[in-house]
Design a protein around this ligand. Structure first.
Ligand code: SF4
Length: 226
């Protein structure tokens, strides 16, 4: 498998936010979101066998939370699915971050899928594969990263149209961070003011979670490997 990095940090953007977690970051992505903060995953990385990845995960943590992320991890589905099954068998709790552009049908049931449905201002709107809705369950979460009111309107419509508040365990509306974010560990780096987002969510009576990428507030926004 092509791996960018395996490291231990704090989970930053889901209902698991704040919990120590081992991250396995896979190389490659088939999308190009305007605000992407992971462009360093698009190429390169190092070849590792599933057994080597498993050994590295075990070295970093004997149990607990492991997040498979990228890039787009499902581009390496053929090797990733058996790896996830092995890690589940070892007792790890697994999170999988995906845009939902690739099929999610074969992701093991026990994995918590965190599906990042792309909004119009990401430049990759419309890439979510609607067939994947059938594979979303209560232990899964759907996330929308929002850069504008237009993105919010899309996320609200998508949430209602597909009954996400009932279908999955959590729906997250999260302000995008500016791509050139640097220095300050505060909301000045958000493309959309979280205060506006909070007002809109409350005014519309949505049962969603306002998510802040807490790693951007703990470390400087440009820090990698956190
Ligand atoms: S899907 Fe994720 S890694 Fe790929 S371009 Fe978008 S934000 Fe970046």
């Amino acid at each position: 498998m092509q791996i960018i990095e395996i490291y231990r940090s704090i989970q930053g953007e889901s209902s698991f936010a704040g919990i120590p977690c081992t991250f396995v970051r896979l190389a490659g992505c088939n999308l190009r979101c305007d605000w992407c903060d992971s462009e360093y995953t698009f190429t390169g990385g190092k070849k590792m066998s599933p057994a080597e990845i498993e050994a590295e995960v075990k070295k970093l943590s004997p149990g607990g939370l492991v997040e498979i992320t990228g890039g787009e991890p499902m581009l390496q589905e053929k090797e990733l699915v058996p790896l996830m099954e092995r890690l589940l068998g070892l007792g790890y709790e697994l999170l999988l971050e995906s845009s939902g552009e690739r099929p999610l049908e074969h992701v093991p049931n026990a994995v918590h899928k965190i599906v990042d449905v792309k909004c119009p201002d990401s430049g990759e709107g419309g890439t979510f594969r609607t067939e994947n809705l059938a594979f979303l369950r209560k232990q899964d979460e759907v996330k929308f990263v929002l850069a504008s009111r237009k993105d919010y309107d899309f996320a609200r419509q998508f949430t209602r149209e597909h009954d996400l508040e009932q279908r999955v365990g959590g729906v997250i509306f999260s302000p995008a961070f500016r791509k050139d974010a640097a220095g300050a560990r505060d909301v000045s780096n958000c493309a959309l003011d979280p205060r506006d987002l909070a007002d809109w969510i409350v005014a519309d009576g949505l049962n969603v979670r306002l998510g802040l990428q807490i790693h951007k507030f703990i470390w400087t926004p440009e820090t990698k490997g956190v």
